[in-house]
Design a binder for this molecule. Structure first.
Ligand code: SF4
Ligand code: SF4
Ligand code: SF4
Ligand code: FES
Length: 948
């Protein structure tokens, strides 16, 4: 395994247009101006001993191990904090330097436990390495003096320990928490010999501000901060580079493996999306992969009241194929379909849609992106020509104004949030539009949004029109840019449209609740830039006007010239790891891969030739249409790969009724999830550790996941789909997912240059990747928009049908929290559950008082669709008239109360606006009681359970 220190340049790489040349140990070296002497020495191939320096943190200069001699300078300056200068002559080795370094090490070691042989870091400890490097042979001061050896270990964090007796107070952890993570949870208390590291106000880690990102653990050169898994399992024996299976940031990791078990996940320094950082989910929450709840044998049953029967893979596949054939014979070709998941790889998703189109002979395939970012695809394609974000994450480092709309990056996209915070600390300004006070609005000590547009849920479009109104009527638009890059007449029509009095800040204040002056201030700031970037999330898309709002943001960006360079753009923050990929791969009922309409004869011809079948030109059913068709009896069979829509889709009771009306539901997943409780066939899926493939993150970055261990249930997911297709009579033959990617590349112009070989070589590429961009495209729309002229579309504000009334006077809006992920199937099966054991309803103190709701008490939340009961938290984070909760726990049933309202263009559900009433109660809702009974019944039907 590679040494941690081997590729560490000591101090960060500096960006400068100017280079300087100097000499290190007689070797000439050229480095960017601003580089440290240590950096220059490393570039020249000379390793200077060091402890407190590392190349992802600003130098601190505390350990005094990195001393060097510089011609013409007195003394022995620390190379990490000394800037390199042109013409310098540096010596990194001399008898005097060796002597000084040994002296420093002697002091460290005299206050360090001598338990190297039993220390979990043995062989991977920088202190140990440095003792060897400087040639320490004796410790003259002995070990009996004043020391820190008896300090107590803090084991309060579920994933790592803090053993102060081993701390050398190098402050790498403190700096990592500040500079990399941006949380400022750690401090150095005391001075000199008495100085020590303290989480918060001398608190245990778990009670401090710490968000368990692991950056301090990563930075620690000793075993002071150390993963518990290393204590338990020892050092790994091999590594595999892979990609996080959680959110759309797409962090790259080095999975450290021992036998067939993951010992730890180390964020990859070379990962282009994360640059060596991580969050608690990707870094630590991998325990679900070996959780005893995993189902490892295929199972079948006739009815959902029957016991599950374990069968062989052959039997399960043959049974499934025969059921689908029977259903199609009886109810027609369109009576079956499939749903793909944004948790699955590009290759798996591509195969499922291929199987539906080629083997089922229809286009009834949809993806869970339908219920999150389908408006992004529609809105950005309409205006700009590409259904994807415009920038790479790194682009934010050039943004002057960051405008976050309907997203909560510190919880949902934490590693990108850390990068954003870094830019904000450097001086960028922040505007946030969100009904709730998300953490980024005020994160002491350095971050404070200049404007929080705390709008009423459902009024996004009015707000964006109001902002556009200010920009246009105050002459702040970039007319020259918009007239050149877009159709001038269309642009003028849009300007006239937003200039109407009904979109004046005063008129918009009445709709949104955002003060007119705040709208003006935010608009002026965004227009002034000079580089203004929009980042948005599900708070934009999951509305009845989700697509309109995406268009509205693109209009604004084009009108102000904020498109087509670094630091600007319109950027969707994707929830799940492969939302972008699931959309790219043609798993919508109307589109083949690369967003080409199924009705287009030329595109169909291309696929027909490759696949050797005739394709149906008619778009198939979208997810909500599938449920409606199931209820009316025309849709009877469904193959679901990695998706749990019973928990994640709106109006749970409607979905449950639809599923009960079907004859063959096939769930391919890791656990008996909520959807699987209604299934007739269960095919055990594989985790990201058990297969090869690719994910595409929110910045269009395609990255490999690599098989670290064999599939525990025997088959990777792509193999299951392939087997099923073969059993259905449509032959598929792949030996490896790289061959599937080759097929995708042959059929998809934006992927034409993508191959596993290239991904292996480059680490990742951002599509489009083809002959004109062989190494990918970090920034889109440079020079001109992908569709040619940018397309301004008028965005009339139409209020949602979901209205408050005297019966349902509050608006419920939903979101996520850091420690949990989506439906929680993975994170609930890890220690992360300790941070969020249940979904909680946030309610403003006024609304709580009015209803007699006490903090921590049970409340009923009733909507037109249903009722649930959960615990209340009285909080000023949420505005009066609005309540907020998450949907991570199935027994809460948050989606029992969300409605079937959806985006006019894409049917993306309006999760963010549900009229509700909240009342204190003392028992569960009827649905929740039923849920518990049904879950008990279904679990008892599993093999090996009582009664089976
Ligand atoms: S905990 Fe580790 S990183 Fe932090 S000061 Fe101590 S030795 Fe350095
Ligand atoms: S785990 Fe992350 S947030 Fe917690 S103290 Fe370490 S760096 Fe800071
Ligand atoms: S930010 Fe997202 S991709 Fe990165 S480690 Fe966390 S969950 Fe994984
Ligand atoms: S590495 Fe330079 S002073 Fe510690």
């Amino acid at each position: 395994m590679q040494s941690i220190i081997a590729n560490d340049l000591g101090t960060p790489e500096r960006k400068s247009g100017k280079s300087i040349s100097l000499e290190v140990n007689g070797v000439q070296v050229t480095v960017p101006e601003g580089s440290s002497v240590m950096y220059a020495a490393n570039v020249a191939g000379m390793k200077v001993p060091k402890l407190c320096a590392t190349d992802n943190l600003e130098p601190f200069g505390s350990c005094r191990l990195c001393l060097v001699e510089i011609d013409g300078r007195r003394g022995y300056p620390a190379s990490c904090t000394t800037p390199a200068e042109a013409g310098m002559k540096i010596r990194t080795e001399s008898p005097k330097l060796a002597d000084l370094r040994r002296g420093v090490m002697e002091l460290y070691i005299s206050d360090h436990p001598l338990d190297c042989l039993t220390c979990p870091a043995n062989g991977h400890c920088e202190l140990q390495d440095m003792a060897g490097v400087v040639g320490l042979r004796e410790v003259r001061y002995g070990y009996d003096g004043k020391n820190h050896l008896h300090e107590q270990k803090d084991e309060s964090n579920p994933y790592f320990t803090f053993d102060p007796s081993k701390c050398i107070v190098c402050s790498r952890c403190v700096r990592a928490c500040e500079e990399v993570q941006g949380t400022f949870a750690l401090t150095i208390d005391g001075r000199g010999f008495n100085s020590h590291i303290s989480p918060g106000q001398m608190q245990p880690f778990i009670d401090s501000e710490c968000v368990s990102c692991g950056a301090c653990v990563q930075a620690c050169p000793t075993s002071t901060l150390m993963e518990k898994s290393i204590y338990e399992m020892g050092q790994p024996d091999r590594t595999v580079t892979t990609t996080c299976a959680y959110c759309g940031v797409g962090c790259s990791f080095i999975a450290e493996i021992k036998g067939n078990s993951v010992v730890r996940m180390v964020p990859n320094k070379n990962g282009m999306a994360n640059h060596g950082h991580s969050c608690v989910k990707g870094r630590f929450a991998f325990g679900y992969t070996t959780h005893p709840d995993r189902i490892l044998k295929p199972m079948v049953r006739q009815s959902i009241d029957d016991r599950w029967k374990e069968v062989s893979w052959e039997e399960a596949i043959a049974h499934t194929a025969s059921e689908f054939k029977r259903i199609q014979q009886k109810y027609g070709r369109s009576s079956v379909g499939a749903i793909t998941s944004s948790r699955c790889t590009n290759e798996e998703t591509f195969l499922v849609q291929k199987m539906v189109r080629a083997a089922f002979g229809n286009n009834n395939v949809d993806t869970c992106a339908r219920v999150c970012h389908s408006p992004t695809g529609y809105g950005l394609k309409t205006t700009l020509g590409t259904s994807a974000g415009t920038q790479a994450f790194d682009s934010v480092m050039d943004a002057d104004v960051i405008f976050i709309i309907g997203a909560n990056p510190t919880d949902a996209h934490p590693v990108f949030a850390s990068q954003m915070k870094r830019r904000l600390r450097e001086g960028a300004t922040l505007i946030v539009a969100d009904p709730r006070a998300i953490d980024l609005i005020r994160t002491p000590p350095h971050i404070e949004a200049s404007h929080h547009l705390q709008l009423r849920p459902g009024t996004n479009v009015a707000l964006i029109n109001g902002i556009a109104h200010v920009i246009v009527t105050e002459g702040l638009a970039n007319d020259a840019y918009a007239n050149e890059r877009c159709e001038p007449q269309e642009y003028q029509t849009w300007k006239d449209f937003v200039s109407q009095p009904k979109y004046s800040p005063e008129a918009v204040e009445k709709i949104t609740g955002v003060p007119a002056d705040t709208i003006r201030g935010a608009a002026r700031l965004y227009a002034k830039g000079p580089n203004s970037a929009i980042y948005y999330g599900l708070g934009v898309t999951e509305h009845s006007q989700g697509s309109t709002m995406v268009i509205g943001m693109a209009n604004l960006s084009m009108a102000t010239g904020n498109m087509g360079r670094e630091g600007v753009g319109v950027n969707p923050l994707r929830g799940q790891n492969n939302v972008q990929g699931a959309c790219d791969m043609g798993s919508f009922p109307h589109e083949l891969s690369g967003y080409r309409h199924i009705s287009d004869a030329k595109t169909r011809e291309l696929f027909e030739k490759e696949w050797g079948v005739k394709l149906d030109a008619e778009p198939g059913l979208r997810i909500p249409n599938m449920f409606d068709a199931a209820l009316d009896g025309s849709y009877k069979g469904m193959y679901i790969q990695g998706e749990d829509f019973v928990q994640s889709d709106p109006n749970t009771q409607h979905i449950e009724a639809a599923l009960r009306n079907m004859e063959c539901i096939v769930v391919q997943d890791l656990f008996l999830n909520e959807t699987a409780k209604f299934a007739h066939v269960f095919l055990p899926g594989s985790t990201f550790l058990e297969k090869d493939g690719t994910y595409t993150n929110a910045e269009r970055r395609i990255q490999l996941i690599r098989k670290a261990i064999p599939p525990v249930a025997g088959k990777a997911d792509w193999e299951i789909t392939m087997d099923l297709s073969n059993a259905l009579g449509y032959p598929m033959q792949y030996d490896h997912p790289s061959q599937i990617m080759d097929e995708i590349a042959r059929l998809t112009p934006t992927f034409a240059g993508v191959s596993f070989e290239k991904l292996d070589k480059l680490g990742s590429v951002q599509w489009p990747c083809n002959d004109s961009a062989p190494e990918g495209t970090p920034t889109m729309h440079i020079g001109k928009f992908v569709r040619g002229k940018g397309h301004f579309v008028l965005t009339e504000y139409v209020a949602t049908d979901e209205r408050t009334s005297s019966r349902f006077p509050l608006i419920l809006t939903t979101g996520r929290i850091l420690s949990q992920y989506n439906v929680g199937a993975q994170t609930r099966r890890t220690e992360n559950v300790m941070w969020h054991e249940e979904d909680i309803l946030e309610i403003h103190p006024h609304d709580a008082e009015h209803r007699g709701v006490i903090d921590g008490a049970w409340v009923s939340v009733a909507s037109r669709a249903g009722e649930i009961v959960l615990r209340a938290r009285v909080s000023e984070r949420i505005q009066p008239g609005v309540v907020y909760t998450t949907f991570h726990h199935p027994d809460t049933g948050t989606n029992v109360i969300t409605t079937e309202n959806s985006d006019w263009a894409t049917n993306c559900p309006e999760y963010k606006v549900t009229a509700v009433e909240v009342t204190p109660v003392s028992k569960l809702s009827v649905w929740q009681e039923h849920y518990r009974e049904f879950t008990d019944q279904q679990e008892a039907l599993l093999p090996g359970k009582m009664g089976s």
